[in-house]
Write a protein that binds this ligand. Sequence first.
Ligand SMILES: O=C(O)[C@H](O)[C@@H](O)[C@H](O)[C@H](O)COP(=O)(O)O
Length: 232
Amino acid sequence: MSTTLHTFDTGAVLAEGLANTVSAALASGIAARGTASIAVSGGSTPKAFFQALAKKDIAWDKVTVTLVDERFVPPESDRSNHALVTANLLQGPAAKAHFLPLYHAAASAEDAAVLASNDTAKIGAPFDVVVLGMGTDGHTASFFPGGTQLSRAIDATTPRGVITMEAEGAGEPRLTFTFSSLHDARLLILHIEGEGKKVVLAKAEGPGDEAEMPIRTMLRRAASPLQIYWAP
Ligand SMILES: O=C(O)[C@H](O)[C@@H](O)[C@H](O)[C@H](O)COP(=O)(O)O
């Protein structure tokens, strides 16, 4: 499927532009189907975007927010994407949104993944909005090079849901939606910032295995057009 690059002068201008695009997509979903859904990524990049989106005046009580992926840590941890979203997105008008975490206090990450799959199945498919990030190793979601379940995660025939992932570059065990859950979002976004990430993207757009740079799964096989938002 196609990709479109949207370039902004600064991260702050990107945050406002992306918040406008995403809030319009959520409002459109609510108008069409009565509810809307969004899956967002964690990490350091999206904070300003979350803060801009939280201020948008839409029917947040009709929006379900979840995570593209999560570290298998409780929300009290400073490594938690749940905590990042709570602190920066679920504030102000957006505090009315319904949040579905991926982390569950289960005996294992595998048990938590089953609970997260069952819990998020009620969201329905496809997501209205998915916002992906990308690591400097070319991972997206928790599709890490060398990951324990990478093949399963990126296989288009794997059923929608949340699975575990462990990898050298991932830190804690991860919980991640599968490629099949994410790639057909009505609005599919890749949000990256900095010159370094632009170089990584250019390499990912070149030849090579998807397993080497899993962002290639989205660049090459996403059913939806991939909207790439970048600022220096
Ligand atoms: O849990 C996570 O870390 C994210 O979901 C992950 O996929 C993130 O998007 C990339 O690692 C980029 O992270 P930065 O924005 O910190 O570069």
